[in-house]
Design a protein around this ligand. Sequence first.
Ligand code: GRF
Length: 189
Amino acid sequence: MSIKRIAIAFSGEGSNLEVLIESLHQKTFGDFKVKVVAAITNNPKANGIKRAQKHGIDVIMIDHRAYESREAFDEALVAEIKALDVELMVLAGFMRILTPVYTKQIRSINIHPSLLPAFKGANALERSFDSAEKIAGVTAHFVVEEVDGGEIIMQKSFDKSGMDFETFKEKIHACEHELFPKAVIEVLG
Ligand code: GRF
């Protein structure tokens, strides 16, 4: 039985982080077991810190405000990740634009609250809700230099007709929580 080491980065609420820990950490999938070796955040106030600690996962803090450029922050991030010796980084609401310093060295996947390539970038959830499209959804994808531009791993969609914004938001998060652990297993497998 091999052990597949992953780490999870987050910046805020951490609901995806917690679902990933609960559904993957120390669980067996076929011939491998997943170990979440750490959670990384750039935000000292992130609620996800408590969620990770509740599950006994170490939290590494790299406050982006201590670095004078995106590249300098990414160098610090890459150094921490290399020291963790993980085969995959999972970005779960990690609200940083990553430079090639990061994207060329670290294999990562991300969750995005729209059916990419529609609504790349910030405020995707709001823009997807406001659009005339009937079908909305979420995407798990590889991370490349272009924001939300990497290869799509999996998507989950639903009909948003008649939904108010709160119901829509809840549905998006429920879809993320269902899809993201599956996408991690697919990539690791
Ligand atoms: C999710 O909606 C994700 O799509 C976006 O950031 C949000 C993070 O939520 N990238 P949470 O911190 O996992 O609750």
